[in-house]
Every structure is written in structure tokens, then in C-alpha cells.
Design a protein. Structure first.
Lengths: 330, 446
């Protein structure tokens, strides 16, 4: 059969590709963040949803408009801007002005991501850059904490986070009192459930772990980095005489470890690199909490480690066939 | 029973169902064939015949005094019409002999040779004269493979029946339909290299071929210790290095050969060809292959003379749907998309796939998001995302330092990449660029 009309496609092997793409990856992360977002709404009211929506819309719009302005192809359907917007909202106080959330996430997208070439080109986690900038620009808004709607003890409109209480010279007993717990075990439980002051999505260890398990089971994230980071926080807190369990549950450790320190683009690709990144981020966080002016250090802990990723990527694991030749039994 | 395997790899959809249970069909002798003079890795053959000559099926028509190289033979009896370049399955036009059948079935086979009675030199020469090459796709001359240097004793030989490429089922059918030939060929190959142990390794999805094969051990093993191995169904389990790792636990050294660690691997189709070369005196002039793919209305396993032009099989043997957009020689992971249906079946053709427009979809390449899936999939334990970054910044030295040449282009990284980066293709190109750069440096005495 001589079929002159037949046009054949020529392309390099393989001629076969998995259905799994960037959009699906980001979709999984969004699904995994939903429990924490729901927790935010439950503990801090519907405004949590509003702040998140504004942040997401601003992130997507910023990416779309910026790329349009540069006459480049837009990729908002890959959902990566949605993830950045969500992550940023989850690390803002629920009382954040909406304009501030919008500014933060637009800054995260345009400056931290697009100016470096878009998804894949950025060296620092965009959501964390956004939070760092907001923290420096409007520290008052960024440290105005609302108590959980379901807190037992307080009826004030503003309060301090558990870590904030410690930073102001309080003791763990003051923290126990602040959440209305009866003792340490009850405190741990309240902390784990998320029934305390903090950023929208960071308070509930339970809901964060739910999302994390989903990402681990679906093999979206690698456990090495979060395990290393949590272990480092636990050990370093203990060495400094801080309550290690409380230290892991308080602040943004779990959110940071499972959702920020596992960001593909801005963390190492090699197994050793992942361990080192996690340990480094954990140590930095505790050092900032203990010695710095901030009560919390996850943001800067991870951002500082983002910077050294190119060096960590230089530690290449053993390749196939790099063994000493073994003796053959003739 | 835990299955033997290697670390890394992928699980693409198998697509073997359409042809798995279809017996191998011998195609009617074509009226003409196009036989490329050089069909093996190595030196270029010279024609031994002239235009107008009558050649017999099995007659040697191309050879060269060099090593490695493999002779080629006429696969039908007829008249040499012309000797000129023709498209081949590596996308380069190669010098080919066009033979028109004269309707007779005269053959010019060699006389049988007892591999267990002749000298090793005679046996190796027989492989050379029969033009046997690796039929899994690599087309490396078998006589060279089965004659490793004396300082590298081989203790184990593995028959590769893994057939890890999706769609392909010809090795499976060969094992089911000609188990005695495979075992006999394995015994001959083991005897030639002096291997004490011989294994037949298959993937778990073909486990039903094992009892069929084991039944032949008694009559055809010639005293060689034989066993069967079930390896995990995973791509690229049938990669030579991967299969050796799975079966023996040994790692072929980087830049080394299997013989360096005392192992030889041969595809089951090649073993059948070895048996035929000795017992029947028949050179490698025919082979089996799978035809399949979404645009192929008649998925099946065929047995055809080397040199059969694909277009000549349509529509008598193969029927295609109208939306054929891609024709692949080999499997979907490592096969080559050809430009023309005038491409003939070669010694290394294990399958011909016809893909629809939907199956031939091209994707936009995005920036690497460093998700690490390529590294998980890499059977050579490389960091494809870092190789990609090095090559994109034209840093060949960096790419070399982190293992560019250890990539064997299985394509698993490209398959899993969510950013649709043609990683394997880029590494293939990078290896060429690196080879050129190193050659240039050598010339300039650097």
C-alpha cells in the first residue's frame, strides 16, 4: 500500500507518557491542604475562607497579568499559583486585612516566582517570601492574633499564640492556662487538635497530618525532609530546655515541614540533600525561636535553607555500576 | 515468593492483551525484499553480489573483514534488482539490496554443525557466518558477545525473556511455541562461552511460559545446569544490566560489559536463531515481531523474512485504521518512529506499532519542577533533573561528571516527567555532543 497522503509523526523515544502532569501534582497538594483550611474556618470563622479566597485570586491574577504583560504564555491552569495563594493564606492571621493578603500573594508570585523565570526557576518558596515581606512591612497586622472560637478559657478579641506567650517571658504553665487546659497532656491534645491561636492553617496538627498522609500515600512528597525537620526541632528544643512535644506542635512546624520544606522547586533533589535540608531548617527554626526576636522561626528557617539548595544538590548519590569489581567464581 | 528485580523503573500500561495469545503467523513469501547490507553494530558490510545476480535464500550477500560486524543473507530466492540506499529503522538511509522473488524456494543453507563437538573457534565462526545479532533490539553481533576475552571467564548465561517493552509479545510467543529451540540455543550459547549455569528470566506477567520451558530442560540442556527466574513486571527489567542485577545481584561496572562480572545475556529470539544456525544450518534471514498499536486493526505476531517492507504487508497481512499518525519500529519506550512505510523489517525489529493521532500526541515542554520522579524511575540511579539542568546550560563537563554516559536511554524518566521534558532524548543528544567534544579535545592534545 502506497499511501502518499499519510503524514507520519516523527519524535524521539519514548512514545508513551504517564497521564500524571504538573496540574495533577498541584491538584493533589490543593486537596491535601483542604483539611487544614477547613480547620481554619472551624477555629477562626468564615473569614478564614475569605482571606484564602482573596489570596488565591490575587496569586492567580498576578501570574496571569504578569505573563500577559511580558507577552509570554500563561500557565495558570497548572494550578501552581493556586497552591501559592493557599499556602500564603494558611500562614496569615485570620484578622489580616484582605488587601494585605492580596499584596502578599501578588508579591510572592511576581517577585519570588515570575521574576526568576516562573515555576521551576524560583529559588525561594514564594509563599514564605510573601509572608516574610508582610511580616516586615506590616508587623502589627501580622501579629494580631484572634483566639480560637472554641477556646475554653478566653473571651478576649485578641490574644497571643502559645509561642508568643513564651517569647514574652511566660512559662508553659501560662500557655496551659491560655488554652484552658488542665495539664500538659491536655495542652498537647488541644495543640494537636488545633484549638489555639495562630495562623489560619497552622494550628491543627491532626488536620495537617491528614493532608500529609494523603501526599505521602500518593507519593507526591518524600518523607525524608519533614521527618528530618521535625526530629531536628524536637532534639534542638529539648537541648535548649524547651518542651520538645510542645515545640513541634506549636507554630508552623508541621505546616512548614510537610508543605513548605517539601516544595519541589526550592528544596534539594537528592536523598542526602533532603535530610540535610530538613535538619538545617529545623535547627534554624529553633535557634530563631530561642535566640531571635521572633516567637516563631519556620519562615526564615526554611527560606535560609532554600538558599543553600544548589550546594546540597552537589552531593550526588551512588550511581548504578559504581562498585568495586567483585571476584568471579570461575 | 518475592520477585527479583532492580531499584528504579516504572510500570507503564502493558498493552500486551491484544497479541499475547495470538500464535505467530508466518507471512506469505513476499514478492520482493529490501535487505540492508549492514544490520549490526560495527563495521559496514560490502556487497558480495551484483545487480542481475540470482541469489538463493540463505546465501550470504554482504560481509566485511572486520570485527565487530555481522554478515547478511538473502531471505528469499530471486534476482538482485538494484543496490541502493533505502530507508531503515534507524532513520538513516542505508545501502540495501533489492531482491525480486522468482517464485522458487531453493535454499543455500550451511551444513549443520554440532556445537558440542566442534571447536570453540568453529562455533564462533558459525555465529559470524550465520549473521546472528542480538534480536532484542540492540543488534550487537552475537559471535563477539559469546567470545569474551580469556581473562574474563563467564560463569552465568541468562536467556532474556523479560520483554518489558509494552505491546511486544513476540518473545513470549517464541517461548511458548518454540521452547525446545530456546533451551537448545541456550545450551549451545552456554557451551560456547563455558558458562556453568544458565537461567531463563521472564517477568511475572509471563509466568505461564515457565513450565513450558522447564519441560524442555531434560532433553535439551546438554548437561548445563539450568533454572528459571521470575522477575518483577517492571520496565526496564529486560535491560541487560537490570536483568543481571535482578538475577545475580551483580552490578555491571560503569563503562563495563556484562562479561566483566562473568555474565552474558541473550534474548530468547536470538537463542532460537543460534539453535537454527547450528542444527539447521540456517542463517538469520527471518524473524518474529509483534504488530500492534491503536491504529492497527489486526494486532498479531508475525514471522517474516528480513527485508520485508512494511507497506507490502498492508492490507494483506496488516490492516490499519485511517488515523495512523506514527509508525514505530520496536517498542513504545525505546523504539524509533520511522518516516516511511517503505522501511523493511531488520534483524533488530522486535515490533512494529501503529499509533493513532491521540496516541501520537505531542506535549509542550515545561520547566523542570524538580519533583524527583525521574530519579525514582532511573534504573541507572542517576539524577536526570540535574543532568537536564546541566545540558540546558551547555555544561557538558558537569553532565559528564554526574553520569551522563551511564544513561542507557531507557526513557523511564521521560515517561514519568510531569513537566513533559524529553529527558532521554536530551541525554542521547548530550552523549553525542560530549563524544564530539572529547574527540575534539583529543585532537587538540588537551
Amino acid at each position: 500500500m502506497e499511501n502518499k497522503a499519510m503524514k507520519l509523526v516523527l519524535s524521539g523515544a519514548p512514545h508513551f507518557v504517564t497521564g500524571y502532569d504538573i496540574q495533577k501534582t498541584m491538584g493533589m497538594v490543593i486537596i491535601a491542604l483542604l483539611p487544614a483550611l477547613a480547620g481554619g474556618v472551624y477555629f477562626f470563622g468564615p473569614r478564614a475562607l475569605l482571606v484564602t479566597a482573596v489570596s488565591v485570586v490575587s496569586a492567580v491574577a498576578a501570574e496571569f497579568l504578569f505573563r500577559k504583560a511580558l507577552r509570554r504564555e500563561t500557565h495558570i491552569t497548572d494550578l501552581s499559583a493556586v497552591v501559592t495563594g493557599m499556602l500564603l493564606a494558611l500562614i496569615l492571621p485570620v484578622s489580616s486585612p484582605l488587601w494585605m493578603a492580596a499584596v502578599g500573594s501578588a508579591f510572592a508570585i511576581v517577585v519570588a516566582k515570575e521574576l526568576f523565570g516562573g515555576l521551576g526557576g524560583n529559588f525561594a518558596n514564594p509563599a514564605l517570601v510573601g509572608r516574610a515581606v508582610l511580616l516586615m512591612s506590616w508587623p502589627a497586622f501580622m501579629t494580631r492574633w484572634s483566639p480560637s472560637l472554641h477556646a475554653a478559657a478566653v473571651d478576649a478579641t485578641t490574644t497571643a499564640t502559645p509561642l508568643g506567650i513564651l517569647k514574652l517571658g511566660g512559662t508553659i504553665t501560662d500557655v496551659i492556662k491560655s488554652v484552658g487546659a488542665s495539664g500538659k497532656p491536655a495542652l498537647y491534645l488541644q495543640m494537636f487538635l488545633g484549638n489555639h491561636a495562630g495562623c489560619i492553617g497552622e494550628t491543627s496538627g491532626l488536620l495537617l497530618l491528614l493532608g500529609a498522609v494523603f501526599l505521602v500515600v500518593t507519593r507526591v512528597i518524600d518523607l525524608r525532609t519533614p521527618v528530618a525537620m521535625i526530629a531536628a526541632v524536637f532534639a534542638a528544643s529539648w537541648l535548649f530546655g524547651r518542651d520538645p512535644v510542645f515545640s513541634v506542635l506549636a507554630g508552623g512546624i508541621l505546616l512548614g515541614a510537610f508543605f513548605m520544606a517539601t516544595d519541589y522547586v526550592t528544596t534539594p533533589v537528592t536523598p542526602i540533600g533532603k535530610w540535610a535540608f530538613g535538619i538545617g531548617a529545623g535547627l534554624m527554626t529553633v535557634l530563631i525561636r530561642q535566640l531571635g526576636n521572633f516567637p516563631e522561626g519556620v519562615t526564615y528557617g526554611i527560606l535560609l535553607m532554600n538558599v543553600v539548595v544548589p550546594y546540597l544538590d552537589k552531593i550526588i548519590p551512588r550511581k548504578f555500576g559504581f562498585v568495586k569489581p567483585r571476584k568471579v567464581n570461575a | 515468593m518475592s520477585l527479583k528485580t532492580f531499584r528504579g523503573g516504572i510500570h507503564p500500561p502493558e498493552h500486551k492483551e491484544p497479541t499475547r495469545d495470538v500464535p505467530i503467523e508466518r507471512v506469505p513469501t513476499p514478492t520482493s525484499v529490501v535487505i540492508h547490507l549492514t544490520q549490526a553494530i560495527g563495521a559496514q558490510n560490502q556487497p558480495l553480489i551484483k545487480v542481475g545476480d540470482r541469489v538463493l535464500k540463505g546465501q550470504k550477500i554482504g560481509d566485511v573483514q572486520a570485527c565487530p560486524a555481522a554478515a547478511v543473507h538473502a531471505s528469499i530466492t530471486g534476482i538482485v534488482k538494484k543496490i541502493e540506499p533505502a530507508p531503515q529503522s534507524n532513520l538513516k538511509d542505508g545501502m540495501a539490496v533489492f531482491i525480486e522473488a522468482d517464485g522458487t524456494d531453493e535454499t543455500a543453507y550451511m551444513s549443520p554443525l554440532d556445537a558440542f563437538a566442534c571447536s570453540r573457534e568453529e562455533a564462533v565462526k558459525r555465529l559470524r557466518d550465520a549473521g546472528i545479532v542480538g534480536m532484542g533490539g540492540a543488534s550487537f553481533p552475537t559471535d563477539v558477545k559469546l567470545a569474551p576475552p580469556a581473562d574474563k571467564p563467564v560463569d552465568t548465561i541468562i536467556a532474556n525473556g523479560a520483554e518489558c517493552e509494552p505491546y511486544l509479545t513476540i518473545d513470549y510467543r517464541t517461548m511458548i511455541e518454540s521452547p525446545a529451540d530456546v533451551v537448545e540455543g541456550l545450551a549451545i550459547a552456554a557451551h560456547i562461552v563455558g558458562a556453568k549455569k544458565a537461567y531463563i528470566a521472564i517477568e511475572s506477567n509471563k509466568a505461564d511460559a515457565l513450565p513450558v520451558i522447564e519441560r524442555q530442560f531434560a532433553g535439551h540442556s546438554h548437561g548445563i545446569l539450568m533454572g528459571t527466574i521470575i522477575a518483577a513486571t517492571k520496565y526496564p527489567e529486560g535491560g541487560e544490566k537490570m536483568l543481571i542485577k535482578a538475577v545475580t545481584g551483580r552490578e555491571v561496572p560503569s563503562h563495563g560489559l556484562p562479561a566483566d562480572i562473568g555474565v552474558i545475556v541473550q534474548n530468547v529470539g536470538t537463542l532460537k536463531a543460534i539453535k537454527e544456525a547450528f542444527i539447521d544450518g540456517k542463517p538469520l534471514i527471518e524473524r518474529g515481531f509483534t504488530v500492534s498499536g491503536g491504529a492497527c486493526k489486526t494486532p498479531k505476531n508475525l514471522y517474516a523474512p528480513i527485508g520485508t517492507v512494511v507497506a507490502d504487508l498492508i492490507p494483506g497481512v496488516i490492516q490499519l485504521s485511517d488515523d495512523v499518525r506514527k509508525v514505530i519500529f520496536g517498542g513504545p519506550m525505546m523504539g524509533v518512529a520511522v518516516a516511511s512505510l517503505q522501511t523493511p523489517v531488520a534483524k533488530g525489529t522486535s515490533g512494529i506499532l501503529f499509533f493513532t493521532a491521540a496516541e501520537s500526541k505531542q506535549y509542550e515542554e515545561r520547566q523542570c519542577i524538580r519533583c524527583g520522579r525521574c530519579a525514582d524511575a532511573c534504573a541507572a540511579w542517576l539524577m536526570p533533573m540535574l543532568l537536564n539542568a546541566a545540558l540546558l546550560s551547555d555544561d557538558l563537563n558537569r553532565a559528564d561528571a554526574i553520569g551522563l554516559v551511564d544513561c542507557f536511554e531507557c526513557g523511564a524518566c521521560s515517561y514519568v516527567c510531569p513537566a513533559r521534558i524529553p529527558l532521554a532524548q536530551r541525554f542521547k543528544l548530550g552523549k553525542d555532543l560530549l563524544r564530539n567534544q572529547r574527540a575534539k579535545e583529543a585532537r587538540h592534545g588537551k
